[in-house]
Design a protein around this ligand. Sequence first.
Ligand code: DGY
Length: 322
Amino acid sequence: MTNDKMTVWITRKLSRATEDRAERDYKVILNPEDRVYSARELIEGSRHCDAILPCHSEKFTREVVAKLSDRVKIVANHSVGVDHCDLDAFEERGIMVTNTPDVLSDATAELTFMLLLCAARRAGEGERLVRSGNWDSWGPNLMVGKQTTNKRLGIVGLGRVGQVVAKRARGFDMEVHYFSTSQKSSNIEEGAIFHESLDSLLEVSQFLSLHCPSTPQTKGIMSAEKFSKLPDGAIFINAARGDLVDEEALISALKSGKLAAAGLDCFRQEPGGNPELAELENVFMLPHIGSATVETRDAMGFRALDNIDAFFGNKKPGDRVA
Ligand code: DGY
């Protein structure tokens, strides 16, 4: 098999560099209008390609995977998260699935820190006040927030992104604690304190940030019971996945003062978010843009293409997840 005979379907509008490289090496079907395809369109479109290069916006449920054309041999995701793909169904169909780890860790950790700081220092409220033209007085009690210095940051999942967040946190003089499926080696921990249970981590986390994937085991991991274990006035950050969180429980915790604030880049409903969260002043929100930098978008596209190149070049793609 040679590349130039293969057709790659890129289901969303990607970076210019990614699309140029794909067109150099493959026959390519693009989506210049950047429409999100329905299940029916994914199934129909699969008849015309050998590889699909989708984003997390395309939902490959068991039903969709069952009906994909036999022609499709690889789904090379432009995302590190693969919760939009039924991996068991792909395994059963013998269609390879890859993701894009590593290349978005810095961008996502950077945005995590932005959420953390903006939530802690009430940046959303402040920005809205100045922008509204209603900022008519200043006093020492105006928008007093929380400081990171010497505070404990709890990280759920010390994987690639979690590790970069921990590194950034050290620069802000935070003490890093974490809960992961297993204790990491000391060169990864770099002084971070391991907790054998999530509850034990929650009890010490003045700031808590989620960095685990969404799996059947982690969905809804932040329930009312878990929020109640945090210290009063904690700050909650989520730049991982919306379905890790019971949003009703989050809203109650934000309203009661159990949480001082939250910084969120992910929601159960995307796009759109949660209108009830949007009513709360102490929530700083962004529209799932953790990896949205020029550098990282190119790197994600290139990583997905590297996986396709390896596959059609009869090599093992580095990022196989199914
Ligand atoms: C990811 O890579 O999983 C990000 O959420 C963007 O899709």
